[in-house]
Ligand binder design. Structure first.
Ligand SMILES: CC(C)(COP(=O)(O)OP(=O)(O)OC[C@H]1O[C@@H](n2cnc3c(N)ncnc32)[C@H](O)[C@@H]1OP(=O)(O)O)[C@@H](O)C(=O)NCCC(=O)NCCS
Length: 168
């Protein structure tokens, strides 16, 4: 994989649908690893997508370490606790592949959309050509969010491959 330099992400305070504030900021693997793992250890398996997040702590740690080495993440925090995680992993075509999870206690409040909008802007400014992602065709909520933000389904098979071009 080509080495990609990610510019810094500027922290933002966002409000959810109830006016509650969350800090969305860049994830630093050494400093934030434990609290991100904690979010996933407490993640309800009913809200997994495509086998993620992994189920055991050991597998979660391996996954987070892989993403820490190969991707760029932002997190949403409430009172110092991680409640949302979005990661992009670059491919060799100047695109990034996106994955997002919002903790079950904080879903459906607009947080996922806020994080998505911020990373789309970030990726545009960073000069990436587009954002790819994969979701389950039955994941109506995620598909709704992605389509609302401009993603299109490019391969509608068992999984939905979706794409957002960033350069016209
Ligand atoms: C998908 C996910 C990231 C979205 O984040 P979120 O903070 O919960 O989503 P938001 O509150 O920003 O937006 C949810 C939208 O979906 C809509 N929605 C909720 N349930 C829905 C459903 N069953 N079908 C269609 N739309 C639905 C809401 O009305 C809202 O849209 P609106 O703003 O146009 O009214 C989050 O729910 C999540 O982590 N889900 C579990 C894991 C997952 O599916 N991750 C995707 C990777 S495969």
């Amino acid at each position: 994989m080509a080495t990609v330099l990610f510019p810094p992400f500027r922290s933002v305070v966002v409000k959810d649908k109830f006016g509650e504030e969350f800090l969305v900021r860049q994830y630093y693997h050494e400093k934030d690893r434990e609290k991100l793992i904690e979010m996933y250890v407490n993640y309800d398996p009913n809200y997994r997508c495509l086998g993620l997040p992994p189920l055991s702590r050991t597998a979660i740690e391996k996954w987070i370490d892989y993403l820490g080495q190969n991707g760029f993440s932002i997190i949403a925090e409430k009172d110092g606790k991680v409640v949302g995680h979005l990661v992009i992993v670059p491919d060799d075509k100047n695109r990034v592949d996106l994955t997002i999870f919002v903790h079950q206690d904080y879903q459906d409040r607009g947080l996922g959309q806020e994080m998505m909008k911020l990373i789309i802007e970030y990726c545009k400014n960073a000069g990436f050509d587009g954002i790819t992602l994969v979701t389950e065709r039955t994941n109506a909520r995620a598909i709704h969010v992605y389509k609302k933000l401009g993603f299109e389904v490019v391969a509608p098979y068992y999984e939905f491959d979706m794409y957002l071009p960033l350069k016209k």
